[in-house]
Design a protein around this ligand. Sequence first.
Ligand code: UGA
Length: 434
Amino acid sequence: MKVTVIGTGYVGLVTGATLADLGNTVVCLDILEEKIQMLNNGKSPIFEPGLEPLLQKGIKNKKLIGSTEIEQNIVKSDITFICVGTPSKKDGNIDLSYIKSASSSIGRALRDKDGKHTVVVKSTVVPLTTEEVVMPNILKKSGWKRDRLGIGMNPEFLREGSAIADAQNPDRIVIGFADDIAKETLKKLYENYNCKKLECSPRTAELIKYASNSFLAAKISFVNEIANMSNVWGIDFKEVAEGMGLDSRISPEFLRAGAGFGGSCFPKDVKALAAAAKKSKVESLMLKSTLEVNNIQPKIIVEMAEERLGVVKGKRIAILGLAFKPDTDDVRESRSEIVVNELLEKGADLIAHDPEGMENFKKNVDVKMAPSPELATKKADCVIIMTEWDAYKKMNLEKMLENMNGNVLIDGRRTLDSNEVEKIGFDYKTIGLG
Ligand code: UGA
């Protein structure tokens, strides 16, 4: 199939690369010339394990190319995926401006096209957006009658850091369609996938995506609350999580307590769903509490540092981990940013490290950086681990303690083995270990 993908962010690049790998001819479209140039030179504009080789393979096989000529390429394709960003507005509502401009471009392109065309929204959008914003806009701008246009909504469930594996082996594919053109096109596109496929309306597909992300975020906030209770009752939450996870209805996934959830999806999506529900006069107490608990977790880390150090003013504190989770350079809504800002405000002498996220973090916060965890922790009174990178699990802890000024180690992600670090001589504190 001839596929065009608008937006070369996370979802767009991974969708383009995996569809090209399946034998489709894919053109990835973006208005940003430099991103397209990078892509055509075989360089991934984002850090994601396995993405660059897949892009290179697609380019080499002439199955994948990037272009800024949006409308010209849409006309030549059978199906267009909208994969643009849907950021939060200040009030938490979803910002649909990129969705609107993408659908306008598609509409303008279709003026010059004969036959059928399918447009599929892959971006995360609140229910009714595909049917009430995207479709009318395309029809208006193209002058097309409804019967030639396929309209679909096909949410993406990939995680940063394991995006390629998630896209190639999904748990499920949700095929939302408003007509038979989109239904048949999407079924054909995904015919070689063996996973469960759910067919539904576009608005159902939109809510499945929000409900899935919000449920996982709520699960994290729930376990964080229970872990905070475990802290004061002398209970190891890891054992509690293990016990809970043995119930197949609960599952052992997403029971890791710690500094809370970050990233470009959970915080934004929970806010957007709550705001959309409110607009429709449904007040969501669950979503509100999910966000409230998530805001408390980084503050608990700061309190742990204050409790251990007395005052943090003037104290040398090393922050290990700036990315919102390991294996990504993404620092959006990272819990580290909250911890770093609070500690800087309180006058701590901070130095930070992250294997991939330092450059991005520097754009938001002015904090000293060290090129290695060893240099970051040298002469530190306290070390705080905020992202569970493998590199931090492999650190030589004896040597680290020798070179430190103090012995306080706060683990915001339960990265290390508490017994081991305490044996070495650290004063260790983590969330969910009383
Ligand atoms: C999330 C979803 O997991 C994907 O299914 C979805 O497609 C994606 O959002 C999206 O909407 O695009 P992602 O944000 O990449 O994926 O990251 P996750 O692995 O889900 O982690 C999110 C945050 O939750 C991280 O900060 C992580 O540290 C935290 N987390 C995760 C916990 O605190 N505890 C856990 O048990 C699991």
